[in-house]
Design a protein around this ligand. Structure first.
Ligand code: SER
Length: 327
């Protein structure tokens, strides 16, 4: 079967999505080649898996690695997220914008069939309707959002001009029992992490803040299902995908349903609050549902029940797992 032998390169494989996508793709029989600027994480799931050092801002290194591996498909995940991106806009431009261009060029030069791109709710800007469809004007307020809009447009250009099979999803804030990468949506995860390890957390947003969120198993499935969908069924390159859109207060209530002694407060940080207020409150993913049968399976309460034991397990194995993240 072709799928069983297809070679896949992943950029940013050490990040929040990549660390789990490697395993999902291997379970489906792909020949997976993770790459990252950071060294291979000390994770038993990666035993025996090759690991390619790669800085996506280095065009020559990107072209060389793609030329050596000749992957049939690339999952391009390497990116600096929104909160960290506002502290380092220049680095964010280099990684997200130049990095994406370097990957697209390498696809063109070496005839890579498909590039899967992870876009985001951060491509949208202020003044949105309550439910945001795919084709509203994109007016992002962060460098992260600006570079993701540009990535979407560049990929579509390569699709038209060079026939690259470019596809991607606009992810909600993703939640998982792993280290997030400096996102503005991280307040949601830290209600769980600090709830478990400290019994208390002050979120950096107002209680009525509402953005789209998704649990990682659904996020991984979205990437896999989109990448495996027949091209003829896809009417577009980039799709909104949605799961649930709770207020920050509703997340706190869900944590306290399972951990009743936890105290969660709200101390809004003006910079990150402004970013959150500029994002959609809910995403309309009708096109993804119609074209490739997308449907999320986890709602807030199912996620809470599944996530808390995983966070407990992770903190028991690695007590410092979340300590390097600003929150
Ligand atoms: N989770 C991302 C962020 O907060 C949104 O795509 O930056």
């Amino acid at each position: 079967m072709m799928r069983a032998t297809m070679r896949i390169l992943i950029t940013g494989a050490g990040g929040q999505i990549g660390s789990e996508l490697v395993t999902s793709l291997r379970e489906r029989g792909y020949d997976v080649h993770p790459s990252d600027r950071a060294p291979k994480p000390d994770n038993p799931a990666l035993a025996g898996v090759p690991w390619h050092p790669l800085d996506v801002t280095d065009a020559e290194a990107v072209t060389r690695l793609v030329g050596e591996l000749r992957p049939g498909r690339i999952f391009h995940l390497a990116a600096v997220l929104s909160a960290r991106g506002e502290q380092m806009p220049q680095l964010t431009y280099a990684v997200n914008q130049t990095g994406t261009y370097n990957l697209l060029e390498a696809c063109r030069l070496h005839g890579v069939g498909q590039l899967v791109f992870t876009s985001t709710i951060a491509v949208f800007g202020p003044g949105l309707p309550d439910l945001v469809a795919d084709d509203v004007p994109l007016q992002p307020s962060t460098m992260y959002g600006v570079t993701k809009v540009a990535g979407e447009l560049l990929g579509q250009y390569y699709a038209r001009k060079y026939g690259l099979d470019f596809r991607g999803v606009r992810f909600p804030g993703l939640i998982s029992a792993s280290l997030p990468g400096g996102g503005t949506s991280d307040y949601a995860l830290f209600m769980y992490v600090d709830g478990v390890r400290r019994g208390t957390y002050d979120a950096f947003c107002r209680a009525d803040t509402r953005i789209p969120l998704m649990y990682m198993p659904d996020g991984l499935r979205a990437l896999l299902e989109l990448s495996e969908a027949p091209r003829a069924r896809l009417r577009r390159c980039i799709y909104n995908v949605a799961a649930f859109s709770p207020t920050a207060q509703q997340i706190a209530d869900s944590v306290r349903r399972v951990l009743p002694d936890v105290r969660i407060g709200f101390v809004s940080d003006p910079h990150r609050q402004a970013i959150l207020d500029s994002w959609p409150r809910a995403l309309d993913d009708t096109c993804a549902q119609e074209d490739w049968g997308w449907k999320a399976t986890f709602d807030l309460e199912r996620m809470t029940d599944d996530l808390i034991p995983r966070i407990r397990g992770m903190l028991a194995r690695a007590p410092d797992a979340f300590s390097s993240t600003v929150h």
